[in-house]
Design a protein around this ligand. Structure first.
Ligand code: GLY
Length: 575
């Protein structure tokens, strides 16, 4: 308690200092900032923050037994596959950014790949127009999953406990079952019709569940048992792989055993850049996350956001204009680096980025059409999931995983107990035509056999003074990058606690459509009016929630503060 009081004093002092520097133009925003800071869970040694308490607990128990953050990654990821089928699964893929206790950093790409039989035009009709349903729903939307290869690659390189010891508690969870939460029940209900439509039968999650019910997934428990025995080969070459391919092909999909057996993960060099004394390490292509985050942060670095105030007119303008320019580049330059040449150094270079902001003025909004043009439909906002782990040895990881849409393609494999992704929709089916997140892509992200589709996932680790400072990330499709950005800024610029930083209201802009999306009823109306007068198109109606950020902050005394987003069932567990 005493420790917490000292931390409270520290943050209140920071807030008072930043408050005293502000102008008086947006009084209602400033009033919000005077609220007492709220801390998340504080732990001495190790922590997991994820979308489900069961998953965070399994990860922490592994570390209590002497396992490291990488062992905990394997257990947490599989526990999410049990308790959070919305986005956790064996049928998806993801990215991990890590920082070892000795300061070494790196990244793992276990993103899905296009099947060998994929073609550039596979989602176009005879007139050459994209058919969104084909890339979003059912067997043809599935990319070759990377999850199982990913956890085994991590375990092989960095793990310290036997895989059986790590996965045994996950098998027990699948057999014992997880408790359906209120939010989870709503999601099952929302997607019930699509479950029937795609599977043409009932599935485990299509039954009418009430909050508080227990769902056991014994088929998934059996799959995990086989994986414990036979390793990743069980999924890519064995009985599990055959069951998977049979199911996909019986529903019209094109994935074969050859696709599975050819799948491999890639160890990548993460994107690294500096922001006002912080060193930020984030995911490199085929995710756009790190490059876009670097572009946005380098473009806003010259501005004094701390003086403008959190969610004030000027702060929102600067961030929006930087986002506009970064997302325009994202659509044009980024794709799978094994297939396209990406000028990363130029894109995140100081010279290029300062020239990008040359035409920005606080007087009025830039038009996206002056940068490029297009018409884009609305957003989905809460797919994918993120978890952060720090262990007692000082290793840190940041992992974002996905099925793409909610429950992916909605195709379920009853014999394995898992949903399969619809990641193929992250390719540009037709350059200039938006995907399910409204993101427009170009040739760099066109479909090709064995290519990885562009992602927005932004698992990120931040260093301060050469030491670990934060592990952070979020789901949210195209809003991932801007949510991670705002969370880092909330702590760095506005002195928030980790918990306040993840809970704070967020906004999002992605170049096209030329609209700034705000979480409803969270922003000062005077601020929004002022933005409208400057020519910004404001949307609060279509916006659901923007991201579900989870993060861990290392406090000045070396303890860990968890930030578990209030928007989901996210939970920090530590010791
Ligand atoms: N499927 C969401 C992403 O990779 O960004």
């Amino acid at each position: 308690m005493k420790k917490n009081s000292i931390k409270h004093l520290f943050y209140i002092t920071l807030l008072v200092l930043s408050f005293s520097c502000k102008t008086n133009t947006e009084p209602r925003v400033e009033i919000k900032q005077k609220a007492e800071p709220v801390f998340g869970l504080i732990s001495e040694k190790a922590m997991v923050v994820s979308a489900r308490e069961e998953a965070s607990k399994i990860g922490v128990d592994i570390m209590k037994k002497g396992g490291n953050a990488f062992d905990a990654m394997v257990g947490t990821e599989m526990a999410l596959a049990v308790a959070y089928p919305f986005a956790g699964s064996m049928g998806g893929g993801g990215f991990m950014v890590y920082r070892k206790a000795n300061g070494e950093t790196g990244a793992l790409d276990y993103r899905e790949k296009a099947p060998l039989a994929a073609t550039k035009d596979m989602y176009l009709d005879k007139n050459g127009d994209a058919i969104p349903e084909k890339s979003q729903l059912g067997a043809l939307a599935i990319g070759v999953p990377g999850t199982v290869a990913g956890i085994f690659a991590v375990h092989e390189k960095f793990g310290s406990l036997p895989i059986e010891e790590i996965l045994r508690p996950v098998v027990a969870l699948a057999n014992r079952g997880f408790i359906v939460t209120e939010k989870q029940k709503k999601r099952f209900d929302n997607y019930n019709e699509l479950f029937y439509k795609v599977n043409q039968d009932t599935i485990l999650f299509a039954k009418q569940h009430k909050a508080g019910d227990t769902i056991k997934n014994t088929k998934l428990a059996q799959t995990l048992e086989r994986i414990i025995k036979n390793g990743a080969a069980e999924f890519y070459k064995g009985e599990t792989g055959k069951k998977l391919v049979d199911r996909i092909q019986s529903k019209g999909g094109i994935i074969t055993m050859e696709d599975l057996s050819k799948y491999e993960v890639k160890w990548r060099k993460p994107v690294r850049f500096e922001y006002k004394g912080l060193s930020i390490i984030s995911m490199s292509p085929p995710s756009s996350g790190g490059v876009c985050l670097a572009q946005i942060m380098k473009m806003i670095e010259p501005y004094e956001l701390d003086k403008y105030g959190h969610n004030s007119v000027k702060t929102i303008q600067v961030i929006t204009e930087a986002e506009r320019r970064a997302y325009a580049d994202r659509g044009f330059y980024l794709g799978d680096p094994d297939f396209v040449k990406i000028p990363i150094d130029t894109l995140i270079g100081k010279e290029y980025l300062s020239s990008r902001m040359e035409d920005f003025s606080f007087d009025k909004a830039t038009r996206s059409s002056d940068i490029n043009c297009g018409i884009v439909p609305g957003y989905e906002s809460d797919e994918t999931t993120h978890y952060s782990i720090v262990d007692s040895f000082g290793n840190a990881i940041s992992v974002t995983i996905t099925l793409n849409g909610a429950y992916g393609s909605k195709l379920y494999v009853p014999e394995i107990g898992t949903f399969l992704n619809n990641e193929m929709d992250d390719f540009s089916a037709k350059p200039g035509v938006p995907n399910m997140f409204g993101l427009i892509g170009a040739e760099a992200n066109a479909i090709a056999p064995e290519k990885r589709m562009l992602s927005s996932m932004t698992p990120t680790i931040v260093e301060k003074d050469g030491k670990l400072w934060m592990s952070v990330g979020t789901p949210g499709g195209s809003t991932i990058i801007t949510s991670v950005l705002q969370t880092i800024l909330n702590v760095k610029e506005f002195g928030m606690t980790m918990q306040d930083a993840v809970n704070a209201p967020r906004f999002h802009h992605q170049w096209l459509p030329d609209v700034v999306v705000f979480e409803p009823e969270s922003f000062d109306v005077d601020v929004l009016d002022s933005l409208k007068q400057k020519g910004y198109h404001i949307n609060q109606e279509k916006s659901k929630i923007i991201g579900k950020v989870d993060g861990i902050l290392v406090l000045p005394d070396g303890t860990l503060e968890g930030g578990a987003d209030k928007r989901g069932d996210d939970t920090a567990v530590g010791f």
